[in-house]
Design a protein around this ligand. Structure first.
Ligand SMILES: Cc1ncc(COP(=O)(O)O)c(C=O)c1O
Length: 449
């Protein structure tokens, strides 16, 4: 069985034996073909939120459907002969993409939340088994993702670990601001001779969204004697550079369903071979594969649909239709989201949440101060208002002002850019916000539940 379904249009190499030169065809995917690949998106909704759930083109969905049918056609044959080698094939592709040393370092799991549970579970066991002592420290960013924070609470705090949060400024102006805060937190963690057992570092924070100087922070951890470094990079692959040798973390996870065009749900978890005792790493769902290595355990967690893990070769085919492949996509998304962010900030008289080099394919744009955003709840209600009344999907962030601060911007929108977006999406958003300002809109006018 093969996943080599050919979805590419046959634009290529036709002319070898012809004397007459035919006009050169553009070998890359056209705007029309991109539109067709995402025709299942609600045409009435302006989707400038790729970050939360990603997006999957129809050619990859077709490939997924074929895998599902292959399983249903003869499940036993599929299970005994095809599932494992094809998951391995996807892992091998990911291994190359992320510059890992060995395919055994790469496991495919459902999502970043599952990956975090795997990493944190072995930390919890280290406390339980007396390898770590009560009061030993874990460091995480203040802006760590909610589910990851909860996981730290469940596995580290409950086991007696002490958790230190790295405060981060927002809006942020430079990598140095983040590095300085991180160093401070590490010093605090080590105070009184304590051991820092774990650092959890985001590669791209979710809310507010900023690219973290992860390579530098990992290096600081190494120099500071931190035992294990886990990078939560849920957004990274397809969005920013991902190189395991350069970053140097012990654990690194990224969703493939956010910016890498896989259907939900699939993520990779990288575990550095030389750094961690792999026999301590286990999938939280235990199957008969328990003890056969994390990658094998993760490739069978009971009967379920594994198709999202099998379509990675089809995703590569999709990506290769774009000029420059995934690097080209990343660069164009970055350039576009910065340009659109600047356009919106100018139109609303606000500012961006970070400089261009600190964002990838998402950027934070200040909302007009006149909206009077004064809580997370206001953001939720305003987001629902934009969805329900204007059919605009965009996540919003509440930023409390600190004492004596002059900056009056308390609300930011996290806009994103993916290949299916057009300038019209951002113009629509601009115009709706301008209309609300003109109408004297304020969050107090929103319905409460
Ligand atoms: C930084 C970060 N970590 C973890 C996650 C969780 O991802 P998932 O829901 O796919 O597990 C997200 C989701 O947006 C995220 O932004």
């Amino acid at each position: 069985m093969s996943d080599d379904f050919d979805h590419s249009s046959n634009n290529g190499d036709a002319n070898h034996n012809h004397k007459l030169k035919k006009p050169k065809l553009n070998p890359f995917i056209s705007d029309l073909q991109i539109r067709a690949e995402f025709a299942h998106h609600d045409p009435d909704t302006t989707r400038i939120n790729n970050g939360s759930f990603g997006s999957c083109p129809s050619s990859v969905l077709e490939a997924q459907r074929k895998w599902q049918l292959e399983f249903l056609k003869q499940p036993d044959d599929f299970f005994f002969n095809h599932l494992k080698p094809n998951i391995l094939r996807s892992r091998a592709i990911v291994k190359e993409l992320i510059n890992a040393d060995h395919v055994d370092e790469v496991s495919l799991v459902d999502n970043a939340t599952t990956a975090a549970a795997i990493v944190l579970q072995q930390i919890g066991w280290a406390f339980m088994e007396g390898k770590f002592q009560k009061g030993d420290v874990a460091i995480m960013l203040h802006y760590a993702y909610g589910a990851v924070k909860k996981s730290i609470e469940a596995y580290v705090t409950r086991a007696g670990g002490c958790v230190i949060e790295v405060e981060l400024p927002f809006p942020v102006k430079s990598d140095e601001e983040i590095v300085t805060e991180f160093r401070k937190a590490l010093l605090k963690g080590k105070s009184g001779g304590r051991r820092v057992r774990l650092a959890v570092i985001d590669h791209i924070t979710s809310m507010p969204s900023v690219v973290i100087p992860v390579k530098e922070l990992v290096k600081i951890c190494r120099e500071g004697g931190v035992d294990q470094v886990f990078v939560d990079a849920a957004h990274s692959i397809g969005c920013t550079d991902v190189d395991m040798k350069e970053i140097g973390a012990d654990f690194y996870t990224s969703n493939l369903h956010k910016w890498f065009f896989c259907p939900p749900s699939v993520a990779f978890l990288y575990c550095r071979k030389s750094a961690v005792n792999h026999s301590n790493l286990h999938h939280p769902v235990v199957s008969q594969e328990y003890g056969n290595g994390l990658a094998v355990e993760s490739a069978w967690i009971g009967t379920r649909d594994y198709s999202s893990q099998l379509v990675v070769p089809s995703v590569i085919k999709f990506i290769d239709r774009f000029e420059g492949g995934i690097d080209g996509i990343k660069k164009r998304n970055h350039d576009a989201v910065v340009e659109m962010g600047e356009m919106l900030a100018k139109a609303w008289g606000t500012n961006l949440g970070c400089p261009a080099h600190m964002c990838a394919s998402m950027i934070m744009v200040g909302l007009p101060a006149s909206f009077g955003i004064s809580s997370d709840y206001d953001c939720l209600r305003l987001r629902a208002h934009l969805r329900n009344k204007y059919k605009i999907e965009v996540p919003l962030y509440y930023r409390p002002t600190r004492d004596g601060e002059l900056d009056s911007l308390t609300g930011y929108a996290r806009i994103s850019h993916q290949v299916y977006n057009t300038v019209d999406d951002y113009h629509r958003f601009r115009d709706v916000i301008n209309e609300l300002v003109r109408d004297g809109f304020n969050c107090d006018q929103l319905p409460t539940k």
